[in-house]
Design a protein around this ligand. Structure first.
Ligand SMILES: Nc1nc2c(ncn2[C@@H]2O[C@H](COP(=O)(O)O[C@H]3[C@@H](O)[C@H](n4cnc5c(=O)[nH]c(N)nc54)O[C@@H]3COP(=O)(O)O)[C@@H](O)[C@H]2O)c(=O)[nH]1
Length: 685
């Protein structure tokens, strides 16, 4: 428990007043002793004088035996002075009487004067209590001692005077003390307590951050002013740090919720707004529309004019879209060329269609970028709450699906998600929207399946096969999403994502001293339309530290034969840059031998449909034998896909097929499991 201390003011008075009192007491005691010694001196002097004058007055009377007269004089003297006793011993009379003749007067403690009786013990004791004894001899005219005179001085005048002195000292000490206390109170209040009170009041009057509203008053003595000054500068620096912190918080908050390029709401803020929009729509029983807007062929702008021009296009489109929406609506950029509008307070779906038309028109107007006029269109998908879905995820998926429908049906248009779409079409579109999101959210991973040299038993390399690891569904096989990716134009992004991740794993394994051999990756023929393909692959290699000679691209025979002339040109470039080329699914594409001869391929992969029924199916057996013979003839490596049994392996061995990729050896597996298959890299001489 904290002990409650008295106020500073009381502490001051409590400490200073006793100090003053002690000082005054010491000075009073000094005064007292001074007074005492001067009074004693005065008494001494007066006693001496009195003794001397009495001596001269009574010496003649003693000589003349005039006892009564000198007793009279002694009596008068004691009555007029404060002496304690006056005693005379008369030697002449003593001789005559034959015994000591002593006479005189004493003054009792009550002040009464009595004749001195030498034999009275009380009188003797009284003499002992007197202050000082003075004695002188009384001489005759012939200088003969005729008596002695004793004077006992009294301490009564001393006592009285000392009493006065002491009471005066004490009174003045008390007065001084009171005056000092008052002065101390006034001074400390003016110079110390009041400024301190004001400082404390200023400190106590705080804003919501806990800092004083006003500056601390810099007044009072130097130390208090210095204290207030330091507090003010401390408060100023805390305020500055608070301001900096707030600015940083605002920036981080802004970055977390707004798109850096356009300043529009980003995906996070869009999701929040959509959720709260749905809640409002539910409360007030109105409709809400979600528009997903995707620019058509925006990639071409980036590829041909550069990203800077692409950014300008996005900024200009943002300005146009911002003018179309109401203050209650939310315009967001979800990434790339994808915008969304959450339109609230709708009475009917037509309002959303009307907005979509205006968006199409606004985006479709020519855009001036770097002194060039660009014509960009967009495709829009619309989903409606509560007609199409209840949750934000559902609505987004449906709007995405409708947008993909608009794209698939010729672009530069909008589509409403509605139940008139068949179940299959809906599923397809929804899946496409999900795959697009999965690519953005990095949900695809490469699995690796070894390619074995069945003569040596060695792993010569691995094929990278895409797997979609969906948070909702788990592992999704490529049979479900590759055809979808091919049709929706997502295949290029998908391939590159898998290639980039696979290269990273291979480079890491090499760095760990492991030897994964050749990396075979699937490359859809759509890539052949991309003039920057080789550069893109080279960039991916250099980013991960992957070497060109480790790479093999697999192109399916069917895709290759769609536009063989284009393919030959690109494959030649790939081959010239040192990349190996394998012809995948061989036997299914009805290749012309003349083309095969012209293709710069290194490997033929016999499609698994010919292996599946080996060795029993004689037709498949003869096709496989022919393909092996063809490959040998052309000097190509040959690999059989889909071998699952020992009989198939034996057939392939007996028919001079050197390589196999199939479940007999291993299924495609994730990177960490693949690593367990790897052997240390051979030591180079
Ligand atoms: N453009 C891209 N295409 C890709 C990519 N990843 C995969 N794919 C293509 O998808 C198709 C299906 O692939 P997947 O389901 O992975 O099937 C492969 C193997 O798992 C399967 N296989 C291998 N051995 C056996 C076996 O013994 N039995 C059996 N039933 N199946 C087996 O064969 C597929 C091999 O693929 P490929 O050599 O490419 O033909 C497939 O067409 C893939 O190409 C990608 O990233 N991009």
């Amino acid at each position: 428990m904290i002990k409650r201390l008295p106020s500073l003011y009381l502490l001051l008075v409590g400490l200073v007043l006793p100090a003053i009192l002690v000082t005054l007491a010491l000075s009073a005691s000094f005064n007292y002793h001074q007074a005492k010694s001067s009074i004693l001196m005065e008494v001494d002097r007066e006693s001496q004088n009195s003794l001397k004058s009495l001596n001269s007055t009574i010496s003649g009377l003693l000589e003349a035996y005039a006892v009564n007269e000198y007793e009279q004089i002694l009596g008068n003297e004691i009555a007029l002075t404060p002496h304690c006793a006056l005693i005379v011993e008369d030697f002449n009379l003593s001789k005559i009487l034959g015994s000591q003749y002593i006479t005189g007067y004493i003054r009792s403690s009550s002040g009464k004067i009595q004749s001195y009786e030498p034999d009275n013990p009380a009188h003797k004791e009284h003499l002992n209590s007197c202050l000082q004894r003075y004695q002188t001899s009384i001489l005759s005219n012939q200088d003969e001692a005729i008596g002695s005179l004793q004077l006992y001085s009294s301490d009564q005048p001393l006592q009285a005077e000392l009493k006065d002195t002491l009471s005066q000292s004490l009174l003045s000490a008390l007065l001084t003390c009171v005056l000092m206390a008052i002065l101390l109170m006034v001074l400390s209040r003016v110079f110390f307590i009041t400024p301190l009170d004001q400082i404390m009041a200023a400190i106590g009057d705080t804003d919501k951050t806990g800092l004083p509203n006003k500056a601390i008053p810099e007044q009072g003595p130097r130390e208090l002013r210095a204290l207030a000054r330091s507090m003010n500068s401390m408060i100023t620096s805390v305020r500055l740090s608070q301001r900096d912190l707030q600015q940083e918080k605002d920036t981080v908050n802004h970055m977390a919720h707004f798109d850096a390029l356009t300043g529009l709401a980003n995906r996070t803020l869009f999701n929040d707004r959509l959720e709260s929009g749905i809640a409002r729509a539910q409360r007030h029983h109105y409709k809400l529309a979600l528009l997903v807007i995707d620019l058509d062929h925006f990639k071409r702008v980036n590829d041909s004019l550069g990203h800077n021009a692409g950014d300008q296009v996005l900024t200009l489109i943002t300005q146009r879209l911002s003018q179309l929406i109401r203050s209650d609506d939310t315009l967001a950029r979800l990434g790339g060329d994808e915008f969304t509008i959450v339109q609230e307070g709708l009475d009917n779906t037509d309002e959303a269609c009307y907005l979509a038309q205006r968006v199409l028109h606004a985006i479709g107007q020519p855009l001036e970028v770097d002194n060039q006029l660009l014509y960009i269109n967009s495709s829009i998908g619309i989903s409606i709450y509560p007609d199409n879905g209840q949750s934000s995820a559902e609505l987004l998926m449906q709007a995405d699906a409708a947008m993909n429908l608009a794209k698939n049906e010729g672009r530069n248009d909008y589509r409403l998600f509605d139940s008139s779409l068949t179940q299959d079409a809906q599923e397809w579109l929804t899946m496409e929207a999900r795959l697009r999101k999965a690519l953005q959210q990095d949900e695809l991973e490469p699995f690796f399946q070894p390619q074995i040299n069945i003569r040596t038993g060695q792993i010569e390399g691995f094929e990278a096969l895409a797997r979609w690891i969906s948070p909702e569904e788990g592992l999704i096989s490529p049979g479900r999403f590759i055809p979808l990716a091919e049709q929706s134009g997502l295949i290029e992004a998908l391939d590159l994502q898998i290639i980039q991740k696979s290269m990273q794993h291979f480079a890491d394994w090499h760095r760990q001293g492991l030897n994964p051999g050749i990396l075979s990756v699937n490359l859809n023929a759509r890539h052949f339309q991309n003039p920057a393909l080789i550069k893109t692959l080279q960039d991916l290699m250099s980013q991960s530290g992957f070497k060109t000679e480790w790479l093999e691209v697999e192109v399916t025979e069917t895709q290759l034969m769609t536009k063989p002339e284009d393919a030959i040109q690109v494959l030649n470039q790939l081959h010239d840059s040192g990349i190996r080329i394998a012809l995948d699914d061989f036997g299914t594409g009805y290749s012309s031998l003349s083309y095969i001869k012209r293709l710069p391929i290194t490997k033929l992969k016999i499609d698994q449909s010919f292996i599946r029924d080996l060795p029993d199916d004689s037709e498949d057996a003869s096709i496989v034998r022919s393909v092996i013979a063809l490959a040998k003839h052309l000097g190509l490596e040959i690999l059989a896909e889909g071998a699952e049994t020992e009989q198939q392996i034996n057939f392939l061995l007996n028919n001079r097929c050197d390589r196999v990729q199939g479940y007999f050896y291993a299924r495609p597996m994730p990177a960490d499991a693949t690593q367990l298959y790897l052997t240390p890299e051979p030591v180079r001489a």
